[in-house]
Design a protein around this ligand. Structure first.
Ligand SMILES: *Cc1c(COP(=O)(O)O)cnc(C)c1O
Length: 387
């Protein structure tokens, strides 16, 4: 063989059948001896992989992991949490209709509605999911879909989702729950009746700020509708990202246990520090949803603590500059504690009036609590706020 042939010759590695960790199937496609075999795999009548946009062993391993911790029949991974939201929304509402968005929701979800779905003929309106009776009153416009978060971004609102989902179903709407903040460690929204659940795996499930990925979990029928959108629309992730996410996810329970405990202690301590106007954490009795969170969430209240500072935007800026350990990072869910500014980052999609109406202004900071020693964290905030 000529070198021009040799350099493209595939490696002849034996199948690593006893590998403890799953190998990374970093391949876009598979080779076959038989046309019929490919035909059957593509038709779905024979198990197997042919082209990675339609499936890959690393995607399946990660999806099965999420389905097992969410206790759903099935799941499908996508290139980002945002891709999962869009795929899930299109699967639940395939034709233009009226979508209801819970008032406090990730800005990217609002962006999907405004920039992609609205031009296609969908309408979107805000709803209050905290008061079940008020929520029921907003269902008379024959909505098709409600999108809500189990713990809201960024102020940690927890709606009585068991009752809200029932009411939405009675009013003819499907329900999509973004469970990114709670993770299955604290909540499994299908138990409250959610039709589909999405996660940004980029955050707590991946847990290490080293990948972008999403997942949709639910029953077999709904997930096959999502899977079709993912395959046909090309929302597919990369095998290596899926492999990394599964590796990170193996410590999810341990990380969430520690981060949630730290978050509760940090939230309590922050309430006593001068310069802090308000602390938003659903595990604090001062939070408006404390009782709902106690009833619905398990094992604690999650790792996100938000604050509002007396001195507004300027005070936040100087606190960020003075923090020694905690970094300003427009994301969340890392093993180390980070903080973000929702007005500028996660919720920039909202208009100034909308931000004010949900309580997001320049003074609000969102802390994603990690697994460090909480004393070190409290000390870092204490020194940064006193300087
Ligand atoms: C980050 C985030 C998303 C979007 O996920 P990406 O992986 O960044 O696309 C969706 N929902 C919530 C609650 C998030 O925090």
């Amino acid at each position: 063989m000529d070198i021009f042939t040799k350099v493209v010759e595939p490696a002849k590695t034996p199948s690593p059948a006893n590998a403890v960790a799953q190998p990374i199937f970093q391949t876009s496609v598979y080779a076959f001896d038989d046309i019929g075999e490919v035909d059957q795999i593509l038709a779905g009548t024979r198990p197997g992989y042919s082209y990675t946009r339609g499936g890959n062993p690393n995607f399946d391993a990660l999806a099965q992991f999420v389905a097992s911790i969410e206790e759903t029949e099935d799941a499908v991974v996508t290139a980002s949490g945002t891709a999962s939201l869009l795929a899930a929304m299109l699967a639940l509402a395939p034709k233009p209709c009226a979508i209801l968005l819970s008032r406090e929701i990730y800005g990217g979800t609002v962006g999907i509605c405004r920039r992609i779905l609205a031009p296609m003929g969908y309408s979107t309106s805000w709803v209050d999911t905290h008061e079940v009776e008020a929520f029921k009153a907003s269902l008379n416009g024959e909505p098709c879909l409600l999108v809500v978060e189990s713990i809201s971004n960024p102020l940690g609102r927890v709606s009585p989702l068991d009752e809200v989902i029932q009411a939405a179903h009675d009013g003819g709407a499907c329900v999509l729950v973004d469970n990114t903040f709670a993770t299955p460690y604290h909540a499994q929204p299908v138990k409250w009746g959610a039709d589909l659940v999405v996660h940004s795996l980029t955050k707590f499930i991946g847990g290490h700020s080293d990948l972008i990925l999403g997942v949709v979990a639910g029953d077999t029928t709904r997930i096959s509708a999502v899977r079709e959108i993912v395959d046909v629309g090309g929302f597919t992730p990369d095998p290596f990202a899926a492999w990394l996410a599964l590796r990170g996810a193996r410590t999810l329970a341990l990380r969430m246990q520690r981060s949630s405990q730290n978050a509760l202690e940090l939230a309590s301590a922050l309430q006593t520090i001068a310069g802090v106007r308000r602390v938003y954490y659903p595990g604090l009795p001062s939070h408006p949803d404390y009782l709902v969170a106690q009833k619905l969430l398990v094992r604690g209240y999650g790792a996100i603590v938000s604050l509002s500072l007396e001195g507004g935007y300027g005070a936040v800026q100087s606190m960020i500059r003075s923090l020694k350990h905690v970094r300003f990072v427009p994301s969340l869910g890392d093993v180390s504690t980070t903080l973000s500014h929702p007005m500028v980052a996660s919720h920039r999609e909202l208009s100034p009036e909308e931000k004010v109406s949900v309580g997001i202004d320049g003074s609000v900071v969102r802390i994603s609590v990690g697994i460090e020693s909480v004393q070190d964290l409290i000390e870092d905030f204490r020194q940064a706020l006193s300087s």
